[in-house]
Design a binder for this molecule. Structure first.
Ligand SMILES: [Zn+2]
Ligand SMILES: [Zn+2]
Ligand SMILES: [Zn+2]
Length: 144
């Protein structure tokens, strides 16, 4: 009984908007309105800026993702910077190694999924002309 929290809050004490308008001097009201307007304008400008930044951010993220996608491709030809032969440590790839037999070179090239006519990886037939200077077939001379 003492702790009756269900009783409704007495709202009679609160000032109604009408009362505020009636009792506040016009100049104070005008000043307040102007102030509020300034705040709203500033807020709107702030939101504009945030939205613009977000756009820039999204564009940057998209760019970064693009670069990430491109990066692996750009890094894969690491064999382009001075290859080291696993067989003899020479400055060539293992399927070009002069210390291996043509058969061994050939197996390495096939294992690495390379075209034996150009030592590159590509789909379909090789577009280069037959590379062999010994038999003029579509393979490099190193495989003889
Ligand atoms: Zn070698
Ligand atoms: Zn090829
Ligand atoms: Zn040949």
């Amino acid at each position: 009984m003492e702790n009756d929290r269900t009783s409704p809050i007495n709202i009679d004490d609160e000032l109604s908007m009408d009362q505020i308008l009636e009792t506040t001097p016009t100049e104070v009201l005008e000043r307040t309105t102007a102030e509020i307007k300034k705040t709203v304008d500033a807020l709107a400008r702030g939101i504009d800026k945030i939205l613009m930044n977000q756009e820039t951010l999204q564009r940057n993220i998209a760019l970064l993702n693009q670069q990430k996608k491109d990066d692996p491709k750009a890094e894969v030809p690491a064999k382009k910077k001075k290859p080291t032969c696993e067989e003899c440590d020479g400055p060539h790839r293992i399927f070009e190694c002069p210390f291996l037999t043509p058969g061994e070179r050939f197996s390495h090239a096939i294992a690495a999924d390379l075209c034996i006519n150009c030592n590159n990886r590509h789909n379909g037939d090789c577009r280069r002309k037959p590379a062999c200077s010994k038999c003029e077939k579509k393979h490099l001379t190193i495989y003889h």
